[in-house]
Design a protein around this ligand. Structure first.
Ligand code: 6PG
Length: 243
């Protein structure tokens, strides 16, 4: 695996197996070094994380002590029931948390039973209790779409210009429905941010982020420049092919 420093964080390029293994290792290292009363770990959504959950569950790479003392959540969510295959927390629960027997009191989904604004407010309160005032997650996983979006910041998202300095928000995304998401302010309060990006379909977007003009409204993942000191990108060769 190669490593380089970019304006958007440390960038590792390797095989899928290397990337999946490094992602788990980074979270375990962060857990070992945490000073948090409650270690909080946020997954993200999409197909890459689902592949990774299956790998983590089968590879048995998480120590029992990490599983038993970590509070799991998701950095962004679709406003759908947990039993939906569109639910980011639901997928994490079905593919990883349940196979690892994570206790129910350590599972923290967004409360999608509430209307979106109320769900965001309830989540803010949950994280205030879990992580403490002004703190985000100890580890925040993100992906990146082929439009260079990350979390639920899509091109043109108002959150990229003004998130009200709130760590979590609800936003109605044109054509995608309501999303519940960490905000740029929330990302800046996280300990470690791990962005997993795999596949040739992401190569052009990754080039725009890493090498293109700085314009987060058009390449939302560039917002990570504001917290690059704690960002690690884990990218396979196909996604890195235009760098
Ligand atoms: C979501 C995610 C989103 C995702 C990227 C990458 O809820 O859709 O949070 O930001 O991480 O779209 O998804 P893939 O890994 O499936 O390409």
């Amino acid at each position: 695996m190669t490593e380089q420093t970019t304006d958007y964080g440390r960038l590792f390029v390797g095989s899928k197996e290397q990337i999946f293994s490094k992602a788990a290792a980074l979270a375990v290292e962060a857990h070992a070094g945490t000073k948090s009363k409650h270690f909080t770990w946020a997954f993200t959504g999409g197909s890459t994380p689902q592949d990774w959950y299956k790998w983590v569950a089968s590879a048995k790479v998480l120590p029992s002590g990490v599983i038993a003392t970590t509070h799991f959540t998701v950095s962004d969510e679709r406003h759908v029931p947990l039993n939906s295959d569109q639910s980011n927390f639901g997928n994490a629960e079905r593919l990883l948390l349940s196979p690892l027997d994570v206790p129910a009191e350590h599972r923290h989904p967004w409360v999608v039973a509430y209307e979106p604004p109320q769900a965001a407010e309830a989540y803010r309160r949950t994280m205030m209790i879990l992580a403490g005032p002004g703190k985000g997650y100890d580890v925040c996983f993100l992906g990146m779409g082929d439009d260079a979006h990350t979390a639920s910041f899509f091109p043109g998202s108002p959150l990229l210009e003004d998130d009200g300095n709130l760590p979590f928000a609800a936003i109605d995304v044109p054509g995608k429905g309501w999303r519940l998401t960490i905000t740029p302010a929330g990302l800046r309060s996280c300990g470690l941010i791990v962005v997993m990006t795999l596949g040739a379909g992401k190569a052009e977007a990754l080039r725009r982020v890493m090498r293109g003009p700085f314009d987060p409204t058009q390449a939302p993942a560039q917002i990570l420049a504001t917290c690059s000191d704690r960002v690690v990108w884990l990218v396979d060769e196909a996604a890195a092919s235009q760098l």
